[in-house]
Design a protein around this ligand. Sequence first.
Ligand code: IPT
Length: 986
Amino acid sequence: MSGTPPAPGRTTVPYHEDRSPGSGALPPRPWYAGSDAARLSLNGRWRFRLSPTVADTDTAFTAPEFDDAGWSELEVPGHWVLQGHGAPAYTNTAYPFPVDPPRVPDENPTGDHRHRFDLPPNWPGGPAVLHFGGVESCARVWLNGTELGHFKGSRSAHEFAVGPLLRPRGNVLAVRVHQWSSGSYLEDQDQWWLPGIFREVELHSRPEGAVADHFVHAGYDHTTGLGTLRVSCDPPGRVTVPSLGLDLATDESATVAVRPWTAEDPVLYDGELVTPGERIPLRIGFRTVRVADGLLQVNGRRILLRGVNRHEFDPHRGRALDRGTMRRDLLMMKRHNLNAVRTSHYPPHPAFLDLCDELGMWVVEECDLETHGFRALGWRNNPVDDPRWEPALLDRARRTVERDKNHPSVIMWSLGNECGTGQGLSAMAAWMRRRDPSRPLHYEGDPSCADTDVYSLMYADHAEVERIGRRTEEPPDDAELAARRRDLPFVLCEYGHAMGNGPGGLSEYQRLFETYPRCQGGFVWEWLDHGLHRTTPQGAEFHAYGGDFGEELHDANFVCDGLVFPDRTPSPGLTELKKVVEPVRITEGGSGDGPPRTVVIRNLHDFADLSGLAFSWAYEVDGVAHASGTLTVPDTAAGATAEVELPPVLSAPGGTRADGSYPEAWWTVRAVLAEGTAWAAAGHEVAWGQLPAPAPGDRTGPPVGPPVAPRRSGADLTLGPGVFDPATGLLTAVAGEAVHGPRLEVWRAPTDNDEAASGPSDPGPAAAWRRAGLHRMRHRTDDVALSPEALTVRTRVAAAGTDAALRVVHRWTAAAELLRLEVTVEPEGEWHVPLPRLGLRMAVAGSLGRVRWYGGGPGEGYPDSRAAARLGRWESSVDALQTPYVRPQENGARPGVRWAELTRADGTGLRIDGVPEFFLTARRWTTEELDAARHTTDLTPGERVRLHLDHAQHGLGSRSCGPGVLPRYRLTAGPARFAFTFSAVR
Ligand code: IPT
């Protein structure tokens, strides 16, 4: 133990600073949505007064007759800092106060709450409890002037016996809440510090003989198909499950044929638990979780976790979530092929778990525990390694398990997050194992896995995951622990850090999960950006992050690292994840030359066959469907593969494209829900694949026309439809459209992943790029040469202070109405950094506000995050092409574009065909403006549309927390060649 001497200057500390979990509260019990025992919600408008320190307060307000007329009003549940009192603050791991456990600073905002309530006329009288769903971080409670006790443990429920204190009318509940307490040391999760009564406050009648505790044990034996039910209960009673014909005493067990519960098919049997004083509805899911043969198994099968880490957050209400929001989260997750949630890093509102039971989610439920800020201090005085904190730690373990043990969706308990190691964790684990041997334990922070049943890491790179898959990873020192760990299944409790644009590299992780049985998937970090909704003085709305509230210590936008934006619209990362983890993989079959004649359908579900899905095919030429039909897929069990014939070759109009090239043909095969489910309607798309198809028969088109020679007349230089500046060789107009450029561009507004440093010796790609001057490249025109066939412009692009350069040859040719540009890039000197991008940058009229393209879409895509980009014909406004990352950065590229048309309202405009395919980006501000912006409201549309036609982009990676760009997605400076054809859209 790394103990501390007693705090000098103080022999006793006040209740909010002592290490105890509290006093006066009742033992924890299971939460359930309701029973026949009366309940009264005390939520609503309460009276509120904020004091900056504890010393400024006295307890006079607890007297029922106290006059609170001068106080403010506050919405409960809620956080006072989001209701105009004080300010939120964000730190990732650093404690926002001097570290001296268990002491907290004098500046300890303290909120006194008062609520007056009457009992309804039919209130039964007798025993009752006052229920607090969650209060951050320490509450002291009085009812009608009598003190009930105090508690810590923000995201656990606490209850007090209050029956004898209640009066029919004029009850006064007084609650003092301290923002900081000893408990804050155990709640150093990466999120906003948000004090307040943020979950419901209720009064529960607890009649004599009501259920004090009950534990539903419902296992499933996959070898027999039988489920065994036993419900233990205090006091004893009876359990009925009508649809199973069960009527048994508590503690008696019954074994019957059942359909098991899984996340794919969440079968719940309605039942009832009846004791002398209460009837509780039960929702029973039969399933057995175990770690066997080195695998995490449910009902005898290995499962693959397609998961996310979920914090509770709402941009207006913080952690005071309503059920609609919880449900919306889950529906979105299900619709994006996700099947697992880690409740990072505390027990969620228990209603969320009811929804997980109902909709089907594997849940890893974590205790409300993180002491991350001690890491920077070499883990000195870490509470989890100090026996004096053990009661508080055990209290958190107990309150987690006891409250939520009856949920079939919860398949593992997690001790907490990022606490280092220590005996306190072992004590928690020992208690949890005794109390609930039916669930494996998870904890990531101890590489020895001494207290856990699964080996878990966060942000391991692909190579490490592969070694773990092969069981060849570096073992822990202790031989016994090494042997034990090698036999454990592996999960990535966090990976794919979804901060800003990214993550890249998800597909590569998924391949590993599908290749190595030991690698059972993981949980992307994280579900949601925690940006707080704010409005500028001019009335523009944006999402605020760390530092926007004047915090003296903060971690900026590291709190915005989710797959969905703060307002819960999906970010491109979620669309990508949906595609990557799809439970059915559709790929081309057959072997040999020519387009495939069969399609391979791989069923990647853990349990379900494909009968719930309807398959269809479409034959598309340059994104236009010419024929479509249903695809009959045979019964294919989970884990099995079917190969299905595609329809015979079809004839379709082909012709040629504007630049004279031939259109392409593709099959698109889709799998949609055959019937509606609890989480999506019939027709909802689950999976899709695209395969090259035989080309359309008609391969003829109008000839492009004879070549045209460049002409210089006076101050003008023209070539076919193009007009050039004779001095710089820059295009000034094409097909009647004023343009500026194109010229070579290598800079992009760095993403959060680009910006991430991994220590003083490695400041990250963006810093290296800036050092190399990639954001301040100069263009020198070396030659503007005319020949009968071409206009050739040679430039040298380089930054001040270096001799590394890019030599660029622009070869312009024209034929009839087409203007063609061939670009050759040749690096010169030594290039030590990858390029952010390589392509052309140009400006066109702002009126060209519509975009139509044939290529990847509809959303953005980057080299290592483009699985979800579907080849098709897409349309958007320029404005809608932007992805509003909370901190502005590179975004919006559409990958694999063959051609694009930018048009104005009347339909006229400019067309660009690219060979090879390119990344298309169009926005109303420059890269420099995008780079400089801190919030979305810093960007104001300019007069022109800025186009980027990129031959290549550097990958995204996941470096903001985790591995950078995989080698194959690095954009190394090297010789490159690409071409574009410009023409008019009329
Ligand atoms: C990891 C934390 O567990 C998580 O809460 C979050 O902070 C995440 O990082 C980054 O967003 S811990 C880190 C040291 C890998």
